[in-house]
Design a protein around this ligand. Structure first.
Ligand code: SF4
Ligand code: SF4
Length: 350
């Protein structure tokens, strides 16, 4: 386990700051994937939805992303959407500047258009390409970002391939092995990651998997990781899928990540999924990765997670006392200042 990022995260949490930032950089996406949480009506809490938000382009978008980053100073930034490649021209300006700031950046895309060649050499940038299973299923769900197009568009890159496991995949024998066989062979795919579909509370769509299926799929991945080195999911992370956090308050990912939507004002809560996600059926790889770190024993029964939650309480108290010292009627000059001052502690994830 790498200690430096944990200490950096701990330092931020202790002072009431959130170490991870996620920006839904655009409301646009040329795809209509079944089960996409970003376009669910309750993704932004029900009063509005992603398609109805104002979003930005050109210099305006570049300026907003950089000033939000400079304000929050995250250790890690996720750029999601919609599909961020809709705004690839703006990203061509933004990504090198984020690299200069030393920030770790992940861009999550369907790769419906080519990933610019020069991004392959940017330090600390991870391009993550969402692939919905093997070609027949993927092409049905993700047209126009078909396998043929994705394979062309990731040429010369070193992407992480991310697949969200759905009910249809777990009910077909050897499906995940077939997926790993295919993508392990591809020289442009450096890592392979799986999430499990996370439904909203009460949802029972075809994407959902049962508790028994979850147990079986995790055992399958624990076995497969021995023979597929690109499957970048440590044992502790996979085991965390068997006991997801009970609630957003108990989720290290939700409490360490602030997600801002395309208008640069709306917060996505309680986590990146938005709406009312069913934590008991959470299959988010980011949440499980951080849970695994939280489960790590530091000293006797003392886990990193117990220290984190104690630190977060201290950080919350610190933030409340700092906010009490703010002038009563500050006059914000920019939208990013507005975001900071408009934070209602009850709505915050950290
Ligand atoms: S590519 Fe992503 S944002 Fe676009 S519809 Fe599919 S899942 Fe949603
Ligand atoms: S990421 Fe965290 S808050 Fe969101 S559904 Fe999963 S466990 Fe719940």
């Amino acid at each position: 386990m790498q200690i430096q990022p944990i200490l950096q995260t701990w330092g931020r949490v202790l002072t009431g700051r959130v170490p991870n930032l996620s920006i839904e950089i655009t409301r646009e996406c040329p795809l209509r994937c079944p089960g996409c949480y970003a376009y669910e009506d309750n993704h932004l809490g029900g009063d509005t939805n992603l398609r109805s938000l104002t979003d930005y382009k050109g210099d305006d978008l570049v300026r907003r992303v950089l000033s939000l980053v400079d304000e929050h100073k995250p250790l890690h930034l996720s750029i999601v959407g919609g599909d961020p490649l809709v705004r690839y021209r703006e990203l061509e300006i933004v990504l090198p500047q984020l690299a200069e700031r030393g920030i770790h950046v992940q861009v999550v895309t369907s790769a419906f258009r080519p990933i610019p060649t020069q991004w392959a050499t940017l330090p600390r940038l991870r391009m993550t390409v969402s692939i919905d299973g093997l070609q027949p299923e993927h092409d049905l769900r993700r047209k126009p970002a078909t396998y043929e197009r994705v394979l062309r568009n990731i040429e010369g890159q070193h992407v992480a391939v991310h697949c969200t496991i759905t009910g249809a995949m777990v009910r077909r024998a050897e499906y995940l092995r077939g997926f790993l066989d295919f993508w392990s062979e591809n020289p442009n795919a450096e890592k392979i990651w799986f999430s499990i579909f996370t439904p909203q509370i009460g949802a029972d769509s075809v994407e959902c998997i049962t508790a028994d299926e979850r147990t079986r799929v995790i055992q399958t991945l624990l076995d497969l990781r021995e023979s597929y080195p690109k499957l970048d999911m440590p044992e502790g992370m996979l085991k965390a899928f068997l006991a997801p956090p009970h609630s957003p308050e108990k989720c290290v990912f939700a409490r360490t990540t602030r997600t801002i939507s395309a208008d640069f004002k709306t917060h996505v809560e309680p986590c990146q999924l938005g709406g009312a996600p069913d934590c008991s059926r959470c299959g988010c790889i980011a949440s499980m990765g951080l849970s695994a770190i939280g489960n790590h024993k530091l000293l006797g029964p003392l886990t990193a997670g117990s220290i984190f939650f104690a630190s977060a309480s201290i950080g919350d108290a610190f933030k409340r006392s700092r906010n009490r010292k703010l002038p009563e009627h500050p006059s914000p000059k920019t939208d990013t200042e507005l975001i900071t001052i408009d934070q209602n502690p009850k709505r915050e994830v950290a």
